[in-house]
Design a protein around this ligand. Sequence first.
Ligand SMILES: Nc1ncnc2c1ncn2[C@@H]1O[C@H](COP(=O)(O)OP(=O)(O)O)[C@@H](O)[C@H]1O
Ligand SMILES: [Mg+2]
Length: 458
Amino acid sequence: MAKQRTVFVCSECGNETLNWAGKCPSCGAWNTLKEIAVDSKAKNKNARTSVAESSSSKPQRLSEISSSQDVRFSTGIDELNRVLGGGAVVGSLVLIGGAPGIGKSTILLQLCGEIGTSKKVLYVSGEESEHQLKMRAKRIGVENGEIFVLAETNMERILRSIDEISPDIVIVDSIQTVYLDHVESTPGSISQVRECTMALMRKTKANTFTTFIVGHVNKDGNIAGPKILEHMVDCVLYFEGEQNTTFRILRSAKNRYGSTNEIGVFEMNDRGLQCVDNPSEVLISGRPSNSPGTCVVGVMEGSRPILAEIQALVTPSGYNAAIRRANGIDYNRVTMLLAVLEKRGGLQVTSCDTYVNVVGGLFLDEPAADLATVLAIASSYKDQPLGDHFAALGEIGLSGEIRSIQNVNQRIAEIARLGFKECLIPFNSKLDIPEDKINNIDIIRVKNIREALKVCFK
Ligand SMILES: Nc1ncnc2c1ncn2[C@@H]1O[C@H](COP(=O)(O)OP(=O)(O)O)[C@@H](O)[C@H]1O
Ligand SMILES: [Mg+2]
């Protein structure tokens, strides 16, 4: 019997080498090389085919390629359209990742329900039987339309079904359960995931339908499988959310056809995932009344402003080294803000234990949240509430100055819309409408951290 040929594949970048090494020679990651068996015939066959089998391999003039086709279509789910950059693109591959039970299968089945009335959909499930899919579909109210389901894990048979029914949308749930016969490793292994995605990509580009792939995440929260999987597809979306809340955030990590800043907000109930039209209201609901250590800020998530609540707890430290924890906000930024608050604001906070938390599973990576963070910390330190109708915007510099931020008008409009009465903004902000004309909200301009503290804590 011929000796089985093996290669070593890096789980980070997908690079192949013939010999094992502790460090990947391509990306430099440690302990990522895994030995896999290869079928040399099949491998060559795959490697030689072009991305789109049917397209001619002759160069074409860009100006002569037809652009008349309507390449984008609505998925029927507003928040999903937003994250995809205004709808799904024909001939693209979308990878959806997220923790188990977060709602990946649910949203894709809902998508079938919305699109099935006008387009043909094939839902391939390697995890549930047809009967289980039917039960779920019934629960979330997906009954009619051109929706075909297939409980199958063999990739060759899946590709054949695609040829038979020529759908407009193909859903593969999940990429870790499907396998190709000629790849000699178990489903979910690096080579299976890579080869199956490659096969789907070729089919998608050649037949110009749209494919949604579900990808499981590993314990670090990344999609399990080689990093190269993310390079192959056109769009990578991640579902985020806390186990104990019903809210889910869909975030784009990569998008060849749109911005990666937009987020989609959903709420899970027994009818599936419902779009949340008013995320600010949801994110700041349930705030304790008149409580110290909390401040509201307006952050930009893509093109829309969303209100977020920053909470802080400052307690005397029982140890020589103070404890600091940051959840939903950059730890190093919090450390810097504590130092600025001590040196420029005169509060002895660096020797205290400090915990900062952003409510609702948002991650704030904008400097515009600095002032609200500092005020939440100061409010907890002094044990004085900022008031229920108070919000703050502004970046803080190392000299304690409050620097102007982008989109200040949009943020103020959102803050005012939700009934806030007072808003601190950077001194130099340019407003579209004069301050005295802004209804029902006092705009207070501050130059530096001392001034801000004076305004808030009399
Ligand atoms: N009968 C039900 N009533 C309400 N919610 C349900 C019901 N069954 C499942 N769910 C919700 O749907 C979620 C499962 O979502 P699912 O789409 O299967 O996740 P994923 O595919 O990401 O693993 C569960 O976490 C649960 O919250
Ligand atoms: Mg699922």
